[in-house]
Design a protein around this ligand. Structure first.
Ligand code: PLP
Length: 378
């Protein structure tokens, strides 16, 4: 049976060229990048090359990049690091559809007495910059709005939001995990003060992420120990992982634009086809401002569990974009925030395309999906 992977928002395969670039840094150039000897310096150069490449890629300076173990760590560092560095500011604005990597640290601050105002989204999942403007205060520590949502694929009016936040004393935290390597991300265009990213979302290895911190923004240390990463993050640096992140970005530099074009065309064709072949299907998220690879559907009169199970049996790996607890898929906070008609909340399905996704694969997926839904509805 042909196997079709349509869950690239969850993770992407590591490109062979990336693996090749990483291999020497396991056993041959294995030095600790903090060591002053030759082995250490060789590793250090490789890490600094990757840092320079990442900085260039997002319009930052190398000294503004901290390598982390994941985007989750980067978000935790940004949020708790700001809170500790500016203890007098106890007000936060946070979009209601952030990833748990942002939501949970913010909720933790709420439990410590911070006042959090949760930003609504419209039916397409977009935050309103005017709402932010009206809610900002002198004591606002930061505003957190993700660049694009990992479930519904909606891209936020992030430049506009950045401009509004820039006029205040608050910092702007942008989770760019789903956009770096897929659409242009420039920290200056976005007016981001802090930005997070993760290598495994752009064909790099798992377990390596990055935190951008604008020069002049203070954040406290998060992981305590040694002086690595200019004393911002202790722990021996993951040299092969960071080399892999840099190499993956090299491929994104070359392919991002054309890849996005191809995916948009495949995505739009699929959405058109599914809407014409099945009734009672709703496409969630924003029609135009959406990730090139994201298809997010609500299919009435079926459930996500049965859809995913049947697709899996047909060789197709998809997602509901929701938390799956003991086999039961709960309605995610993102889908809840869209205030959909109840009939569109049970059969939620996320298909996310990748670099290698073909028209043929999507044709098979479409055929299977139509067959499965028609059967389940009977
Ligand atoms: N933010 C978003 C939008 C994500 O999609 C993810 C991963 O799914 C994360 C943060 C967490 O990234 P990591 O796996 O590197 O911790």
């Amino acid at each position: 049976m042909q196997k079709i992977y349509l869950d690239h928002a969850a993770t992407t395969p590591v490109e062979p060229q990336v693996v090749e670039a990483m291999i020497p840094y396991f056993s041959q150039n294995f030095g600790n990048s903090s060591s002053p000897h030759f082995y250490g310096q060789q590793a250090r150069h490789a890490v600094e090359d990757a840092r320079d490449r990442l900085a260039r890629f997002i319009g930052a300076e190398s000294k503004e990049i901290v390598f982390t173990s994941s985007a989750t760590e980067a978000s935790n560092h940004a949020i708790f690091g700001l809170a500790k560095a500016y203890p007098q500011k106890k007000h936060i604005l946070c979009s209601s559809i952030e990833h748990h990597a942002v939501l949970e640290p913010v909720q933790e601050l709420e439990s410590q007495g911070y006042k959090i105002e949760w930003l609504d989204v419209d039916e397409f999942g977009q935050v309103d910059p005017t709402q932010i403007k009206n809610l900002l205060k002198n004591e606002t520590l930061f505003v957190a709005v993700m660049h694009a949502n990992n479930e519904i694929g909606t891209i936020q009016p992030i430049e506009e939001i950045g401009k509004v936040v820039k006029e205040s004393d608050a910092f702007f935290l942008v989770d760019a995990v789903q956009t770096v390597g897929h659409i242009p991300v420039n920290v200056n265009d976005l007016n981001a003060d802090l930005l997070t990213l993760s290598a495994h979302k752009f064909y790099g290895p798992k377990g390596v992420g990055g935190l951008y911190v604008r020069d002049g923004v203070k954040i406290d240390r998060f992981i305590l120990g040694g002086d690595q990463e200019r004393s911002m993050r202790a722990s021996t640096v993951n040299v092969p992982g960071i080399v892999g992140l840099g190499e993956a970005l090299k491929l994104c530099e070359q392919q991002m634009e054309i890849e996005a074009e191809t995916q948009i065309s495949l995505r739009d064709q699929f959405m058109k086809n599914i809407s014409s072949q099945l009734d009672d299907v709703k496409i969630n998220g924003h029609q135009i401002n959406r990730l090139p690879n994201n298809i997010h559907l609500s299919i009435a009169r079926v459930t996500s569990e049965t859809l995913l199970l049947n697709l899996d049996m047909a060789g197709i790996a998809a997602a509901a974009g929701s938390a799956c607890t003991s086999g039961v898929i709960e309605l995610s906070h993102v889908v809840k925030a869209l205030n959909l008609d109840k009939k569109y909340t049970e059969g939620v399905l996320r298909l996310t395309l990748g670099r290698s996704t073909t028209e043929q694969e999507l044709d098979v997926c479409l055929e299977q999906l139509v067959e499965i839904v028609t059967r389940l509805r009977k």
